[in-house]
Design a protein around this ligand. Sequence first.
Ligand code: MLT
Length: 213
Amino acid sequence: MKDTDLGFIHRFVPPNSNAKEAMPTLLLLHGTGGNEDDLIPLGKELAPNASILSVRGKVLENGMPRFFRRLEEGVFDMEDLKKRTDELAEFIVKSSSAYKFDPGSVIAIGYSNGANIAASVLLRRPEVLAGAILFRAMVPFIPTIMPDLSKKSIILLEGLYDPIVSKAEAQSLLELFTKTQSSVTLKWQNSGHNLTQEDIVAAKKWLESDSNL
Ligand code: MLT
């Protein structure tokens, strides 16, 4: 299969077939200007036996891939966000049958713009994700009717000194996911917008012991 056949340029890494337990599939979503290769080492570090589906955003901003259009920093194009969220949800469904992974055990791992589209998928198409690790996420949109996310586990890893995602923004996202009844945790990191080793340690601990995933 060509890596564009399912609608997005992507990479799929099959699970370790010797693993004793059923493994989740990690859906990796890069930040602005990234691509499908960026987060693979992170995914392998977080869950070495899991399968990985790593996707490249289709929108180009000055040549830099993103998952949806923005009008300016922090101001999203809501129509495009809706359309791209649905496209990504369809891609997850098609990929689960093409690569034969359990569609009920997909965990999104997103950074920055990738975390924002993952949050949007949770709010608009929750059926395609079991949970999410969101690094430096913002509120993508506020749903008019709150979805029921009571079966989803989410961790928000936000930077105390992030110049892009304010503390108030991160707190609003926590409140939004709390209203959906999800099992959500916000963990402040001693960092800015960039990912740090501390993020990886916190995400791994959550995935292995606190998330119930
Ligand atoms: C980014 O630079 O990617 C922003 O901080 C987040 C976004 O635009 O979605």
